[in-house]
Design a protein around this ligand. Structure first.
Ligand code: HEC
Ligand code: HEC
Length: 156
């Protein structure tokens, strides 16, 4: 009986880890943005938020995001079929290698990778009027739109 409890705990922990999008730690040195960015992506995906660099999400995520633009996080961000195809192509060719091969989160902020990097920041900080959302990367990372997350300043 004494052994069963710890074993059960281990089983439960690995189950819950498997259930979330896992960070595989292999992001060192990989640029978030390729040297040549696609002009349509830059123009069409920066209207409501900064254009999220393709290197933030795996290819499977980009396919999901791009195939659901008419119901995009509560808004309609749909584009012509030709523009959708061109932007999808750009995104899936420059994906992140930060996730396990099966992960396909719709948001960068949903995954273990984001939690690992931002674990010290409280929900109250993300809720500040100057920030409003975890997804508002550029509020803290001034270089985010050009794929640089090294600089960070948390606004008051
Ligand atoms: C009409 C406005 C609008 C347009 C245009 C738009 N988005 Fe969004 N997008 C949103 C909203 C709203 C959210 C949710 C933001 C939040 O929760 O803070 C979002 C969130 C996202 C997220 C998740 C961010 C995260 O990691 O938490 C991704 C990825 C994304 N958009 C990609 C795109 C791409 C790619 C395009 C261009 C094809 C695009 N968006 C165009 C409104 C838009
Ligand atoms: C409230 C401010 C804030 C927001 C919003 C935020 N970050 Fe961060 N981020 C930080 C801080 C602070 C660190 C450094 C944490 C540490 O070193 O412990 C960090 C670290 C990072 C790192 C690691 C950089 C490195 O040198 O290892 C990446 C990548 C990153 N953030 C990406 C993002 C992305 C992508 C978003 C939006 C989807 C985002 N961040 C939103 C504050 C923020």
């Amino acid at each position: 009986m004494k052994l069963i409890k710890p074993l059960l705990l281990v089983a439960l922990t690995s189950l819950s880890l498997a259930a979330c999008a896992r960070y595989n730690g292999e992001d060192r040195g990989k640029p978030m943005l390729p040297n040549q960015v696609n002009a349509k992506w830059q123009a069409e995906c920066s209207g409501c938020h900064m254009a999220y660099p393709p290197g933030l999400l795996p290819a499977a995520s980009w396919k999901k995001v791009m195939s659901g633009l008419d119901k995009h996080f509560g808004t309609d961000a749909s584009l012509s079929a030709a523009d959708t195809a061109e932007i999808t192509n750009f995104l899936v060719q420059n994906p992140s290698n930060r996730w396990s091969s099966t992960a396909a989160p719709l948001r960068t902020t949903e995954g273990e990778w984001f939690r690992v990097k931002h674990g010290e920041i409280s929900a109250a900080v993300f809720a500040r009027a100057s920030i409003k959302s975890k997804s508002n990367c550029i509020a803290c990372h001034s270089g985010a739109a050009s794929g640089n997350f090294d600089d960070r300043t948390i606004p008051k």
